[in-house]
Design a protein around this ligand. Sequence first.
Ligand SMILES: [Zn+2]
Length: 116
Amino acid sequence: MTMDSHRDEPWRAWYGLARWKKARAAHLKAHPLCVKCEQQGITEIATLCDYRNPHRGDPALFWDPANYQGLCTTHHSATKQREEERGQVIGNQLSGRPRDPDHPWNITKADGVTRP
Ligand SMILES: [Zn+2]
């Protein structure tokens, strides 16, 4: 027996549950706009239900509607991609960099220099 697989995390199956589909649909119905677009004054329909605090398999966070946030496809994939690149979750940084991907600090300039 080995315990080396991270692909068999039980929470992955939660996304297939009717309970999740209902919770997700209810959240998007109540909060139909992308929260990140809204912060920038843009009105964009949220198509995905994301977590404010990553649940990491914690059922309390997974099933807490207060922990949900609607995102558009662009913001959802941008957030996930950045988390994967860093190997850490945005918002838990020690460097103090802004979370907003469109913040000037997070935009690589044409000359290839990224702001500190
Ligand atoms: Zn958005």
